[in-house]
Design a binder for this molecule. Structure first.
Ligand code: MF3
Ligand code: CO
Ligand code: CO
Length: 250
């Protein structure tokens, strides 16, 4: 069941989304070669305390951190670690989900560290464009599947792997609620989009094969099977009377 948000609830979603985007931008300013992902986690903890908001990921199903940090061939759900030090040529996705006044805002982006190889830079840029294509398909009266179609149609010529094991999701009072948002074309058009729906779009694009596996070591980190690099961008979106709104802009 997809929960439709009233205007007062959308206002709270805006606030949560804006705070999550602000934290992500703050962390982005600290993404440099030599910095460890644990240092980013500690910066995040301090920012969260100072701004009197709450992390949705800390202790979520046992997740141990306030941000997910996913580097190079880690697709998502990477855990910040002192040994995980950024190097020139790396890419790093930071995923921030905050709870503000009971509502969630969920946003992520992939950063490049120093000079990265041309093919990797293109992967990152095209993944962000794929997210924007998916967002542009959102409108009242459109169908959920239009989002995945738009992303797949854009990505197809590049021969990348669209990860299908993980999806976007409805969001609101719950971190994850209906609907599941696929990032590729489905055989069913899915539910019609209606004003007041709020969900994330968060395509994960592998330079190589779309298959992934979850680390047995930490139980969280999702890796590409073929060790190819993976990029991801995420926004939280609201369907409005006349289109959509990106809730996770600073
Ligand atoms: N923020 C992620 C998402 O986009 C979910 C992270 S869950 C965690 O849905 F437990 F790994 F933090
Ligand atoms: Co999400
Ligand atoms: Co997220």
């Amino acid at each position: 069941m997809i929960i439709i948000k009233r205007d007062e609830e959308l206002e709270k979603m805006r606030h949560a989304g804006r705070m999550a985007a602000k934290l992500l931008a703050f962390l982005g300013d600290h993404v440099t070669a030599g910095t460890s992902t644990l240092e980013l986690e500690l910066l995040s903890r301090r920012w969260i305390k100072k701004h009197n908001v709450q992390s949705a990921t800390l202790h979520y199903k046992g997740f141990p951190a306030t941000i997910c940090t996913s580097r190079n061939n880690v697709v998502c759900h990477g855990i910040p670690h002192a040994d995980d030090t950024l190097q020139e040529g790396d890419i790093l996705n930071i995923d921030v989900t905050l709870i503000v006044d009971h509502y969630h805002g969920d946003v992520s982006r992939t950063f490049t560290i120093g000079k990265v190889a041309g093919n990797i830079h293109r992967l990152v840029m095209r993944t962000e464009r794929a997210l924007m294509k998916g967002i542009a398909a959102v409108a009242p009266g459109a169908y959920l599947n239009d989002i995945g179609c738009a992303i797949e149609d854009f990505i197809k010529p590049f021969k990348y792997g669209i990860v299908t094991a993980l999806c976007g999701h409805g969001i609101g009072r719950n971190f994850h609620e209906d609907p599941l948002v696929m990032h590729s074309r489905q055989s069913q058009k899915g539910p019609m989009l209606k004003p007041g729906m709020t969900f994330t779009i968060e395509p994960m694009i592998n330079e190589g094969h779309p298959d992934v596996y979850t680390s047995q070591k930490d139980g969280w980190s999702v890796y590409t099977k073929d060790n190819s690099y993976s990029a991801q961008f995420e926004h939280t979106i609201a369907v409005l009377e006349h289109g959509y709104e990106i809730l996770t802009l600073p």
